[in-house]
Design a protein around this ligand. Structure first.
Ligand code: ARG
Length: 366
């Protein structure tokens, strides 16, 4: 019996990780609160069905390559078992015509110490995505006597979980930004809902983005579930689609965070970092003007890097500005091509989930 699961942050030396798979991925049908999350000008509005096989194969090639690069550096890489995602699903509370994919794992699995929690995601099409990780969870459970295999309270996702008529095709970008600033999001407070990728782990502190995929009640749930950790709600007023923190606010090592310059952390919330001598640096401009085709995310996946240790980081190979900035910040950079995987939900950090990093739960903000 060995220790398999332990991770307290996103920067200590990475030893074991899950890398997603794109097989059978679906562009999900519209459901309450999805059109609010798809950018207004996206070519994907109203589109749904299996993603073109050619794009799946290209994404898988880049995911496999990432896995190989990690393995060559001595990191153990685990892979999920994709389901046939284009099946209709139902619970006593809702029906949906399809699921989505097992990309990216970061949205579903949250590792805190020796525990991996499957999130309380707010998308109906992602309700059963955790099943792709079931074989791995079971393996960790059998082999690691301390592993805590946990499921967050499952949200019911009835129509009451979403505001209706929140969204109107004509809503302007300014109006969207105003709503973000006012913390007026499409999800309601009827039950805790959260995506794992909204949680930034920094040892004893969890910084959780309040946005379209995570609500206030989730913060309250975290506070009660982890009484020994400190939970901070953060929000980024410059983001018209605040979904997942990892293309917005990304720690590189103790004391250093890069922040999306269009989505700056408000002054009030910067205090805890400044008081503890953490530096918050504007991330470099993305090298691309647009995301690749059939991609929900923004060009800021440029900053969605995977930190291997305090001095080493994997950055997408075509993101020349970001590569250069990492170098200037004193990091050794490993460029890895990954843009073909972006349409499947995210960049290098999104597409992975921590299993084991060295180090313990440190108090960086005493
Ligand atoms: N909301 C981010 C953006 O478009 C994308 C975040 C993707 N992260 C993730 N874990 N899926 O800039």
């Amino acid at each position: 019996m060995a220790k398999i699961v332990s991770s307290w942050n996103d920067f200590d030396p990475l030893k074991r990780v899950i890398v997603g798979r794109a097989d059978n991925s679906v562009i999900p049908p519209e459901e309450p609160a999805t059109s609010e999350k798809v950018p207004i000008d996206s070519e994907m509005r109203g589109m749904w069905g299996l993603r073109p096989l050619e794009t799946v194969e290209k994404a898988n090639a880049q995911l496999d390559n990432l896995a190989k690069i990690l393995e060559d550096r001595g990191v153990i890489v685990d892979r999920p078992t994709p389901l046939q995602w284009n099946q209709a699903i139902g619970t006593p509370d809702f029906r949906n015509d399809s699921m989505m994919t097992c990309m990216p794992p970061r949205d579903i699995l949250l590792t805190i110490g020796n525990e991996i929690i499957s999130a309380a995601n707010s998308f109906r099409c992602r309700y059963f995505e955790y099943l792709a990780y079931w074989p791995l969870m079971n393996e960790y459970f059998e082999e690691d006597p301390e592993f805590l295999w946990t499921q967050a309270p499952r949200p019911r996702l009835t129509d009451k979980s979403y505001k209706h008529n929140y969204y109107d095709e004509k809503i302007s970008l300014e109006e969207r930004l105003e709503r973000t600033a006012n913390k007026d999001f499409v999800t309601t407070e009827i039950e805790p809902m959260w995506d794992a990728a909204d949680v930034m782990r920094v040892g004893k502190d969890l910084f959780i983005q309040h946005g379209l995929t995570t609500n206030r009640k989730a913060m309250e749930w975290f506070k009660r579930y982890y009484p020994d950790l400190r939970v901070h709600a953060v929000n980024f007023p410059g983001d018209p689609y605040p979904i997942h923190i990892d293309a917005t606010f990304v720690p590189l090592r103790p004391g250093l965070i890069i922040n999306n310059p269009h989505r700056r952390l408000p002054e009030e919330q910067r205090k805890i970092f400044e008081a503890n001598d953490w530096q918050i640096v504007d991330a470099a401009q993305p090298a691309h003007e647009t995301p690749p085709p059939l991609c929900y995310s923004s060009v800021w996946l440029s900053m969605n890097c995977l930190v291997l240790d305090h001095k080493t980081v994997i950055v997408e190979a075509s993101e020349t500005n970001q590569l250069e900035q990492m170098d200037k910040l004193g990091m050794n950079v490993i460029p890895v091509p990954f843009r073909d995987a972006y349409p499947f939900g995210g960049g290098l950090h999104c597409s992975t989930a921590d299993v084991y990093r060295e180090g313990t739960c440190e108090d960086y903000f005493p």
